[in-house]
Design a protein around this ligand. Sequence first.
Ligand code: PHE
Length: 344
Amino acid sequence: MLYPARPVNPQHDIDSVQSEALAAIAAADDLAALEEARVRHTGRKSTLTSILAGIGTLPPQERGPVGKRANEARKAVEAALAGRQEELEARELGAKLAGETVDVTLPGDPHTAGALHIVTQLWEEIEEIFIGMGWQIADGPHVEDDFHNFTALNIPEGHPARAETDTFFIAGHPNAVLRTHTSPVQVRVMETQEPPIYVVCPGAVYRNEDIDATHGAMFHQLEGLAVDEGLSLGHLKGMLQHFVRELLGPTFEIRLRPDYFPFTEPSVEVDVLWTDRHGRQQWLELLGAGIVDPNVFEFCGIDPERWTGFAWGMGLERVAMLRHGVGDLRLLFDSDLRFLEQFR
Ligand code: PHE
């Protein structure tokens, strides 16, 4: 149905077409309504489109003015559409942004920085000191066999040291124990590596003890073993002096006292001169050590005629407690954040 078929005054018709379209555009309250108005007033089936398409069929003298007027109307309607579209888009974006507003002045969820446990801190510090001296770090199974935990360390069946160690046995496995020290790791290293050996063995150990302020059924040891030619007690003392000064401070003194361990001969207890918070000094037991017993070398397949060695072992909890003035071992395992957060 083209324009000339309609019995209307084109001039007047275009005016009303334009004003109807502009009114519909202004009334469109969202982009969907605007699209509807666009289709209705400028689409293929719109009056405006048929007016424009019908210009060629008008009497020649009308073509100019009607065509001009129709094009003006088209431009006005298109401009109104674009303007309204911009307005509605801005309004929708504004609403979306308002809906997504974050109030940055609200207090957030506090994220407290975690920290390593004081035993882990000490463990890592000591590893660093020995790595700095060129030593290796080794670990082994926590469920050990009797040979590695006892026999190879010169503690044969029936030896009083077995009875004195409060060992956890594994029900139904007469040969299996929870390792009572990390020395079996040193045995495993000697079984598999050729000397010279310089190895540190940190890790959890287990003893069937009544738990109190200074005893736990699980704690952490850090032991070490050196196997080389011509090692003496002097090398052991010199190395430990260096270690203690690296760990605690350059002025710390150590002393060696005779002691007994089945796997070392001679054996010593190493004390450190400790100054407490009140300035009082006393010698405190730090670790056990000694020259590796030749029997241990034989059990581990190392020639005791050629090789010598020294070994030492310390409890990490004890040192961590001394260092931080902690009076009860159980605090280290209670997972009480009020305690742990003090060491962040
Ligand atoms: N293995 C000993 C213990 O558990 C510690 C130690 C190691 C002592 C090496 C001397 C030499 O008590």
